[in-house]
Design a protein around this ligand. Structure first.
Ligand SMILES: Cc1ncc(COP(=O)(O)O)c(C=O)c1O
Ligand SMILES: [Zn+2]
Length: 431
């Protein structure tokens, strides 16, 4: 269950011990997390602006900097999602140079987790696993289920029992075995650590975690490339385990080291829900350790009370001059609506967190109005519609006659009719 590779291998984050390539996530000397380390000189000539832009419109255009075992032929068009200017949202919150990186439309399961899963499963196959799985707050479950189905791998997926119904359905439809655990995510994750050893399964965010996490770098490569090979001033990122935010930083570092972008200060802002905010709390306190919390928030995809990469994320945010904020569940729902109403993007609760935190950062003056800021929208609103339950009244059904419609629209939305009559007058029409 090992393979060798010239370009990358696992290295301990703390003591530097080298591990080659194998399914392992913690150092056996000091218990610190392992991380994939690339020999950047080995890929220097093969990873340039030209080779990247000649590649496919997916994360595989960056494959030279992804831990993909030799012989793996990637063919799923994962990632390369839109980066769009957010002028309307910007106007509302006082930002003139705001962008949305929209992984609500990531292929194939509508969250950024598709990026990490495709890299993890390539390694699962190389290590010879025939059964894969994960512990998940929902989006990871969906993606492992979908991608393992396509690769012909068996999947066993563990989630907290109280997950949103759409995220449960979105896992089962692919034929994966879904196990609901009577507990929160941290209980699920601890159980998965034991299962990986006992059953010999490839669990993408447990024993395959170092490979899985590298997939998030593509989110950062895309931001830089889509800004015209430039780094932004700020990035606002939702945090659960704390992996994505660190990997965007790592992606920027690699692009700088390889000369694809110019070095400049970039501040990272972490976003959490107040009901589960161990990382933002640590950042506000100036800690480089995490005090675990018991999650209680509608932002279930971010509800990790004891985040594996929390300490490292808190440290990175502080080192880069950024900050972290958290918002109430009421603000999360407003954030979802605000992004939908201004930019036409329907995000899930995690995106509501990110949008609401971004608004707070501008209003508190932590981000200047004209700085280039990218907000990371990482999941799709159709998966968490229960968060909006009761927000919109269902009106009575209207008979299919113009007179009925006239009565109805005057009764329910007179302002709409006022506009219509004015338009008809302008057009010289009569009524
Ligand atoms: C939609 C969404 N956004 C962000 C995150 C946070 O990612 P990370 O665990 O890498 O901090 C998750 C994690 O589950 C998620 O589902
Ligand atoms: Zn070590």
């Amino acid at each position: 269950m090992e393979y060798s590779c010239r370009a990358y291998e696992l290295r301990c984050n703390e003591c530097g011990k080298r591990f080659g390539n194998r399914p392992q996530s913690a150092c056996d000397e000091c218990l610190a997390p392992l991380e994939v380390k690339f020999d950047l000189d080995a890929v220097r000539g093969r990873f340039t602006r030209e080779t990247v832009s000649a590649g496919p419109a997916s994360i595989w255009r960056y494959k030279e900097l992804l831990p993909i075992p030799e012989g793996f032929q990637p063919d799923l068009p994962v990632g390369f999602t839109p980066l769009t200017r957010a002028k309307n949202l910007g106007k509302r919150i006082g930002a003139t140079n705001l962008y949305v990186k929209n992984d609500a439309v990531c292929f194939p399961t509508l969250s950024f987790k598709d990026r990490v899963v495709s890299v993890a499963l390539a390694n699962a196959q190389a290590f010879g696993f025939t059964t894969v799985g994960c512990s998940s707050t929902g989006n990871l479950a969906n993606s492992v289920a979908a991608q393992s189905a396509r690769l012909g791998l068996k999947a066993c997926i563990l989630v907290p029992a109280d997950l949103e119904p759409a995220k449960i359905l979105n896992t089962q439809v692919y034929g994966a075995h879904l196990v609901r655990i009577d507990g929160n995510y941290d209980h699920v994750n601890r159980l998965c650590t034991l299962i990986a050893d006992e059953y010999g399964w490839g669990l993408v965010n447990v024993n395959l975690r170092p490979y899985y996490a590298e997939g998030s770098k593509t989110y950062g490569y895309e931001i830089a490339e889509q800004l015209g090979w430039k780094l932004p001033d700020n990035v606002v990122v939702p945090m659960a385990g704390g992996s994505l935010i660190r990997k965007i930083r790592k992606a920027f570092n690699e692009l700088i080291a390889l000369g694809l972008v110019e070095d400049k200060p970039v501040r990272f802002f972490g976003a959490q829900a107040t009901g589960c905010s161990p990382i933002s709390h640590a950042v506000k306190q100036g800690w480089d350790y995490i005090e675990p919390q018991r999650p209680n928030t509608i932002a279930r995809s971010l509800a990790i009370g004891n985040p594996a990469d929390g300490p490292a994320a808190a440290k990175m945010i502080a080192q880069n001059g950024g900050y972290a904020e958290d918002v109430s569940d009421v603000e999360v729902v407003s954030g979802i609506q605000e992004l939908a109403e201004t930019e036409g993007i329907f995000t899930e609760t995690a995106g509501g967190v990110t949008t609401a935190v971004t608004a707070r950062l501008y209003s508190h003056g932590r981000i200047g109005a004209d700085e280039t800021t990218v907000i990371c929208i990482t999941g799709n609103g159709l998966k968490t519609t229960d968060a909006l339950e009761g927000r919109f009244r269902q009106q009575r059904a209207v008979k299919p006659r113009l007179s009925e419609f006239d009565d109805y629209i005057r009764e329910t939305d007179p302002a709409l009719v006022g506009g219509l009559e004015q338009e008809l007058e302008l057009a010289g029409g009569a009524r």
